[in-house]
Ligand binder design. Structure first.
Ligand SMILES: [Zn+2]
Length: 107
């Protein structure tokens, strides 16, 4: 009686330990994913939202352009203008280009 319950407890502990390792790996992966998500967000620091009507149409390049405060330029092609992030061509600033006021940055 005692023996069998002891081995039962032992078995339970083994299973429990194995399960803990497994769940550790799962939560670890989850943690890594969360961290990667945050890193991605940091890379995409959005300076401001620019609406298409504030941008300048460049008929030579066939793209919309917008002056960055660094003197550089944001450019986005006509096909891409609906809610995209655009990087400055000289600095690391990013703007969010929206077609109109109805489009918001975060939902
Ligand atoms: Zn810039």
């Amino acid at each position: 009686m005692i023996c069998s319950s002891e081995s039962g407890v032992k078995k339970f502990l083994e299973v429990d330990a194995a399960w803990k390792v497994l769940s550790d790996q799962t939560s670890r992966r989850h943690y890594d994913m969360k961290r990667r998500e945050q890193e991605l967000k940091q890379d995409w620091t959005v300076d401001s939202t620019v609406y298409l009507q504030d941008m300048t149409w460049d008929s030579d390049e066939c793209e919309y352009t917008y002056c960055c405060r660094c003197g550089g330029r944001f450019s986005v092609s006509k096909e891409e203008v609906d809610g995209v992030l655009v990087c400055c061509d000289t600095c690391s600033l990013t703007i969010f280009v929206a077609l109109n006021d109805n489009i918001e940055m975060s939902k």
